[in-house]
Design a protein around this ligand. Structure first.
Ligand SMILES: NC(=O)c1ccc[n+]([C@@H]2O[C@H](COP(=O)([O-])OP(=O)(O)OC[C@H]3O[C@@H](n4cnc5c(N)ncnc54)[C@H](O)[C@@H]3O)[C@@H](O)[C@H]2O)c1
Length: 348
């Protein structure tokens, strides 16, 4: 199979390419990435990009249909990938995450690509009271990032009506876990970094908000499933990706980190206003359709792997929220040094 992975040089990409190449050595993998964070290697003792056969440093906003000819499948990761960046670059987030994604799918379909896998997000459920959200529940995107994912799903479903391509929107739980380009702007990763560097975890909320978590290795397994799935479950499918047992309250995440990094102090803000990003998600459909691909890495395992990875790189930066392990900070630095413009394009 000849696969194109967009956004392969970020946090999840290196874990995904390694997973696919190990499971399917015969797959040919091409990467396309603007390389916002390509230099932010962390625990790598060799380049994680050896699993990619061909690499293009290219913007997904400028892909021609002719470029897509010959690919069997596309896994589309490229995006402005979290709320802080989405808030700062609202219009560009819509351009890259939504418009360029739908445009890519239209061109891919015309070029004869058979499978299109889109990295969506459970954050589209927003603040969700009541029980765990299923795919049939209403969406409540609260941020530019979440809105861009909803709009892309809507656009992809429309593309699917006139296309033969099998399209899967994977609504991922919040990512966690070790990567050769680890990011510390994610709840579990942040707590571990903070525990290691300062001996403390400061929970900004009252600890009650729910977050479904998924390890990056399990995200990769889910993307493999989406590549291989038949059209039986629908030519277009939007599906929650995670595990019903892996919905956690933020205070439980903090306590787990404290249990694997003894001596960690936890401070909880008991008077905090309700956190707007609280949601539990129902992953039963994924369990039913893909029993062999449901997540297998639990919170303790992910936490230990991040701890070990950070310790291995002798991480002890108490100021890490200002560092190149935080995506927004990297973009701000590119701009401050005039390497990138407000449109998130490189200035040569
Ligand atoms: N991390 C999470 O919790 C999570 C959860 C759900 C879904 N997702 C989605 O998974 C995908 C990958 O996430 P990640 O954590 O690896 O993000 P990341 O920010 O680490 O990587 C995204 C990559 O996309 C590239 N990119 C951005 N704009 C581009 C453009 N215009 N052209 C080409 N490349 C571009 C960046 O250079 C970067 O390497 C994203 O779509 C994200 O929204 C992530």
């Amino acid at each position: 199979m000849k696969i194109l992975i967009t956004g392969n040089l970020g946090y999840i990409g290196p874990v995904l390419t390694k997973h696919l190449k190990k499971r399917h050595p015969d797959y040919s993998i091409t990467g396309i990435d603007s390389a916002f964070f390509a230099h932010c290697l962390t625990d790598a003792v060799y380049s994680p990009d050896i699993y990619t056969d061909v690499q293009y440093f290219k913007d997904v906003r400028n892909i021609e249909e002719s470029f897509l000819k010959g690919f069997d499948a596309i896994i589309h990761l490229a995006a402005v990938s979290n709320d802080p960046m989405g808030n700062k670059f609202e219009q560009v987030t819509d351009e890259i995450n939504h418009k360029a994604s739908v445009d890519l799918a239209i061109k891919a379909s015309a070029a004869g690509v058979k499978k299109f896998v889109f990295a969506s997000s459970c954050s589209i459920y927003g603040f969700a009271e009541g029980g765990a959200k299923t795919e049939k529940d209403a969406l409540n995107p609260l941020t530019a990032y979440a809105k861009s994912k909803v709009n892309t799903e809507i656009g992809l479903e429309k593309v699917s009506v006139q296309s033969d391509m099998v399209i899967t929107a994977l609504r991922f739980a919040t990512a966690c876990g070790m990567s050769d380009r680890i990011r510390l702007d994610l709840v579990l990763n942040d707590f571990i970094a903070s525990a290691l560097a300062t001996g403390k975890i400061t929970v900004l909320s009252d600890g009650s908000p729910w977050r479904p978590l998924i390890d990056v290795k399990d995200m990769s397994r889910a993307m493999e499933w989406a590549l291989l799935r038949s059209r039986d479950a629908g030519k277009f499918l939007a599906i929650n990706i995670g595990h019903n047992d892996f919905n956690y309250q933020v205070r439980d995440i903090a306590e787990t980190v404290s249990s694997i990094i003894p001596g960690t102090e936890i401070s909880i803000n008991k008077n905090a206003p309700p956190d707007k990003r609280s949601y539990r998600v129902d992953f039963s459909l994924f369990n039913q359709l893909a029993p062999e691909y449901i997540p297998i890495t639990n919170l303790v395992q992910s936490a230990k792997e991040i701890r070990d990875g950070l310790q291995h790189m002798q991480f002890n930066d108490a100021n890490f929220r200002e560092s190149q392990l935080i995506r927004l900070k990297v973009l701000e630095k590119h701009m401050a040094t005039n390497k990138m413009n407000n449109n998130l394009e490189w200035v040569y």
